[in-house]
Design a protein around this ligand. Structure first.
Ligand code: IMP
Length: 196
């Protein structure tokens, strides 16, 4: 069994990562409470994921796993992208961010509301080595919030390959079967399988 310390303290992400990895032979150890929050001040998802994973390796001496996710909206030239957590301000809530997104897109017609969720997962080792994998989920931004599951931008993101429901209208099992995060984690299992 491969074991990684999990860099995230976000309970939604933790639950999704555990749910996807539990059947794939990877065990996640909880982030120790004494490790300070790492400022995500890189300008790429890869850079932020590495920062977070490396901080946990340094704190625990154990291989660590981190994810960083962004929502890239076509009509906004790829914004908010790597700044998705702070889109509506430094301490913005999920709801603040969604409200700002809907307001910015208010005059954008349906055909131009394309977007992609991208997750980069980084594994860092005490040896100094690290690896990244990526998962993309194409879709579009809805005109209003729908659904109560999930977190973040889920209520306004409609995956292209689903049936018109937002991610927040999918059950956790449905989201985890095919989300950007699940795709990145499956790519990780494949990369670990072929590199060991
Ligand atoms: P980070 O990876 O924690 O930096 O996430 C960046 C932003 O994207 C945060 O505002 C999250 O709420 C949002 N986000 C991350 N993953 C998801 C997801 O799976 N669904 C919806 N929003 C997400």
């Amino acid at each position: 069994m491969t074991t990684f310390v999990l860099a995230t303290a976000n309970p939604h992400k933790t639950e999704e990562m555990r749910a996807v990895l539990k059947d794939l032979g990877i065990e996640l150890l909880a982030r120790p409470a004494h490790v300070a929050e790492v400022p995500e001040n890189e300008v790429t998802l890869e850079g932020n994921a590495l920062l977070k994973a490396r901080a946990l390796v340094d704190a625990t001496g154990h291989a660590a796993i981190a994810d960083d996710t962004g929502l890239f909206v076509d009509a906004l030239g790829g914004r908010p992208g790597v700044f998705s957590a702070r889109y509506a301000g430094e301490h913005a809530s999920y709801d603040d961010n969604v409200a700002k997104l809907l307001a910015e897109l208010i005059d954008v017609e349906d055909a131009r509301r394309g977007a992609v969720f991208r997750t980069v997962v980084c594994v860092a080792y005490p040896s100094g080595e690290s690896l990244w994998v990526e998962g993309d989920l194409p879709g579009r931004i809805a005109r209003e919030r729908r659904g109560d599951f999930g977190f973040g931008y889920d209520p306004v993101f409609v995956p292209s390959d689903a049936d018109g429901r937002t991610l927040a209208e999918l059950t956790p099992e449905e989201k985890n079967a095919n989300s950007h995060r699940a795709r990145a984690l499956r790519a990780l299992v494949e990369a670990l399988g072929t590199s060991s």
